[in-house]
Design a protein around this ligand. Sequence first.
Ligand code: SAH
Length: 501
Amino acid sequence: MQVGKVFLVGAGPGDPGLLTLKARDILARAEVIVYDRLANPVHLRWARPEAERVYVGKAPGQVALDQDGINQVLVDRGLAGRLVCRLKGGDPYVFGRGGEEALACLAAGVPFEVVPGITSAIGAPSYAGVPVTHRNVATSFAVITGHENPDKAATQVDYARLANGADTLVFLMGIGNLPEIRDQLLAAGRDPATPAAVVQWGTWPRQRSVQGTLADLVEVVRDSGIQPPAVTVVGEVVALKSQLGWFETRPLHGRTVVVTRSRTQASEISEQLTALGAEVLEFPVIRIVPREVGPAVRAALDAGVPYDWVVFTSTNAVELFWRAWWAAGGDARALAAVRCGAVGQATAAALAGCGLRADFVPRSFSAADFAREFPGAGTARVWFPSAAKAADTVPAELRALGATVDVLPLYDTVLDPSDAAPLAERLASGEIDAVTFTSSSTAENFRQLLPDADLGAVCLASIGPKTSATLRQLGLPPTVEAAEATLDGLVAVLQAHFAGD
Ligand code: SAH
């Protein structure tokens, strides 16, 4: 059997955007993914669905697999001919035991490569507003372990040499040992007034940081309740933190917002909320199940597309239609004589991605407005590829105006209960700050999946009057409602709500 290969891959400190392109490519090719607690699991979205996933995380106080066990997993899979992605938090060679894993591969004759990652030693201070070097302030930095083997009699870190040996000192795994680190640095002559900071969960939406001096940092950290994982930075550069901090000052930083939409449609609002600093939990109350439409699509194509208009009401409809259209041999030219309608800017943008410019985008989402504004009413022949469920409202309005409407039911939407229990738990523990509702059906589905959820302190944000009415009927009166019934409006009202807190 041919031997495989092990890639030791740095996942970066947490922010999904800080994964390298090479890491993403290897994740996408890997047959086996072996990952840690500190490697953000969202990176696994790049993995092939059929890839074997081996979690070897070591939560504090718990032992999952020891280092020999991990080495063995890598070697076994490599010898079995597999392409293995060993995904590690930060950089694999910065206190990641990557060297040991590489040596184990070498000894077993398994080829390996290393993909460096952004280490938390630089990434976490950076997101907290601390550059590890700065002209005229710090010309060197050292990265030091704060946690050594407790069996060792004395520290192996040479504090006498390090204390003043680098301008900026960055300690990893140092929270439990902070008093010892402080004492050693002071004993070795570092100035007690040196600015110092601790950054917990650096680059994650839950990042928190505190600042003090070498002399009082232990107390500052204790009072703040900061826990591992965290990096500790000591040095004059920390004085820049109050000016250069940018991550924790974003408007929704530290807020956890639930977005109730289907997985595919959630991305637009999720991206906006994430960019404002929120931790977004997509609660996919709806899952898309495509229907077989190949024969119907081919028939329309063969008949020369006997329509004046084709109208899309969602990005899902555009995507699924286009897939079927393409498979049937159609392309944008085959729609040249047909005009296109799109409900919502996101739908119009999806259409543009297929090389089709929307001829009509109504001002609002409501079926009545759509029909009122639709320029093709009257005797138009309209093709309506949509969710099976959405097939009655808009078509009914259009038919009332004299149009002929052929519905192409592309997909069904089904409830996805798999995430309900963990969400209920997070709601109960008060971790959720807001839930967004973008339609009556998301409200109904949310209620159905979480009938007993305690939403007392949670901000319920509604996209518009119709959704709000449904929420009230369900006993979930909205806390805020968007002034304009769009995703932008919903994001704006949430932002205003939390700014006023
Ligand atoms: N290879 C990793 C470090 C592994 S050691 C890297 O290059 O970042 C584990 C320690 O890294 C933790 O105890 C903590 O000190 C630090 N760490 C890892 N991720 C972190 C994060 N997002 N924020 C703060 N510290 C982090």
